[in-house]
Design a protein around this ligand. Structure first.
Ligand SMILES: [Zn+2]
Length: 194
């Protein structure tokens, strides 16, 4: 079994102080760093995704002046801005591979992302011979959900580490956990033996 960790969208704009800052985002970033430090040797790769939008236009209807916070959002994670940078509590030296998504169009799943060299996440996972994927990050009810559902769809054994994820909306996050579990995603915890 080759294990890979995917850290979804732990960026300034999705943590406290950002236009889409979720409550608990900073703490989640700190907890993810502590988790990676403790478990790095158990993962062949630590991969992080970043939402990385174009500064021009609304990125395919993703940005809106009056967002519904379900399918439209305030302007966020414009590529190269401070808002698109990792939350400072996420130690970027612990990350082996970065994938960027959403340049010009909405992209919730990290599987829609590419490395700076143009490799897809699926390519990266195939190269790593990944069989098991643990997923942590932001937000449970959106990008974590979409990434986990794509990962099981592609045949990986997937665990969402529930206590290292945080959502936009609590009820939607619980529903997303149930939906992921029904799709075959294991819902686990950072304290599980690994
Ligand atoms: Zn976005």
């Amino acid at each position: 079994m080759t294990n890979v960790l995917i850290v979804v969208d732990v960026q300034n704009d999705f943590t406290e102080g950002g236009p889409l800052g979720v409550k608990g985002g900073n703490l989640t970033a700190t907890s993810i760093t502590a988790f990676i430090r403790a478990h790095k040797s158990g993962y062949s790769r630590v991969i992080a995704s970043r939402d990385w939008h174009s500064p021009d236009g609304d990125n395919g209807g993703h940005f809106a002046a009056k967002p519904d916070m379900v399918t439209t959002w305030p302007r966020h994670c414009v590529r190269g801005t401070t808002g698109s940078a990792y939350n400072p509590a996420l130690e970027s030296e612990l990350i082996d591979v970065q994938v960027y998504k959403g340049d010009g169009s909405p992209a919730y799943s990290a599987f829609e992302g590419n490395t700076p060299g143009g490799a897809s996440l699926h390519d990266v996972l195939r190269t790593a011979k990944a069989s098991r994927i643990d997923i942590v990050g932001i937000a449970t009810d959106h990008c974590v959900r979409a990434t986990a559902l794509d990962a099981v769809d592609k045949g990986y054994s997937v665990t969402v580490v529930a206590d290292l994820c945080v959502g936009v909306d609590q009820v939607a996050s619980i529903k997303a956990m149930a939906e992921m579990a029904a799709a075959g995603v294991h819902i686990g915890f950072s304290t599980d033996t690994r």
